[in-house]
Design a protein around this ligand. Structure first.
Ligand SMILES: Nc1ncnc2c1ncn2[C@@H]1O[C@H](COP(=O)(O)OP(=O)(O)OP(=O)(O)O)[C@@H](O)[C@H]1O
Ligand SMILES: [Mg+2]
Length: 257
């Protein structure tokens, strides 16, 4: 009930096995960090959690609230309270940010007890509050989703969506990459504001700096499609100081097989 459980997940993309037996539990009330070298499969895991059709699950299960997520559509997963902030946010020409989020709220509202704004006025007021917190101007409300946004603005818009939709489990894929120093702190503080017994997050990142503001309770390291280490925040400092090579050597055989 209060956790999302990934069990022995194997995933292929275009015939190539990318995830090779990932087991990981995201607990509500906790911030989990997921780190790992480029190409190790972190974004693949994020995409599979949210049900991207391109990724073929060949083995394993993902359980949340007594349901096997793999049997649910992306929409159904969102309704259950899952949210993904993309590493490369997509643009939606012709759809304003405010319209996009309003539609998403209306869907989400049907299926949970959160307090969402009940009319457009209240909604716009809430949007402005979040925009202010993320240091984005009010103009963003009426701009097309991500069209012409700078890299950092796109990342902050992903966080805006999270604040508005109030998910129970958020997967944040590199929301800190490409952000200036102040924006990293702003984004981390916004995630901190979500902390609580009914919110768990998987924060995928390469850098210690976001984790300085957003202290993870659990840290996982993925190498070549497997979780090879799980520990606490000390693991982040160790990786920052030493890189991944020592770990790759230590777990060498494990990740070859
Ligand atoms: N659609 C795809 N087609 C072909 N290969 C893919 C596809 N998606 C992922 N891969 C491959 O899967 C591997 C894992 O990619 P993934 O994006 O999950 O890595 P990552 O851990 O998120 O890396 P990064 O830290 O660079 O974001 C890579 O070798 C990548 O090229
Ligand atoms: Mg990635």
């Amino acid at each position: 009930m209060d956790r999302l459980e990934i069990k022995d997940l194997h995933v292929q993309v275009e015939g190539k096995e990318i995830l090779r037996g990932v087991s990981l539990t995201i607990e509500k009330g906790k911030i989990h960090a997921l780190m790992g070298p480029n190409g190790s499969g972190k974004s693949t895991l994020a995409m599979v959690l949210l049900g991207h059709p391109k990724y073929e699950v060949t083995q394993g299960e993902i359980w949340y609230k007594g349901q096997n997520l793999l049997e649910l559509s992306p929409d159904e997963r969102a309704k259950l309270g899952l949210f993904l902030a993309f590493q490369y946010p997509f643009e939606i020409e012709g759809v304003s940010l405010s319209h996009f989020l309003w539609t998403a709220i209306m869907e989400r509202k049907k299926s949970n007890g959160h307090a969402y704004p009940s009319n457009p006025l209240e909604y716009r007021k809430e949007l402005r509050k979040h925009l202010q917190r993320l240091q984005l101007s009010d103009d963003f409300i009426d701009r097309y989703v991500n069209v012409g946004f700078s890299g950092g603005e796109k990342k902050r818009t992903e966080i805006l969506q999270m604040l508005v939709l109030k998910p129970e489990i958020a997967v944040l894929d590199e929301v800190d990459s490409g952000l200036d120093i102040d924006s990293v702190r702003i984004v981390a503080e916004a995630v901190n504001a979500m902390r609580g017994p009914n919110f768990g997050a998987l924060v995928i990142t390469h850098y210690q700096r976001i984790l300085n503001y957003l202290t993870p309770d659990v840290v996982h390291v993925m190498i070549r499609g497997k979780i090879v280490r799980t520990g606490d925040v000390h693991l982040v400092h160790e990786l920052e100081a030493k890189g991944y090579d020592w770990l790759i050597q230590e777990v060498g055989e494990e990740v070859q097989t």
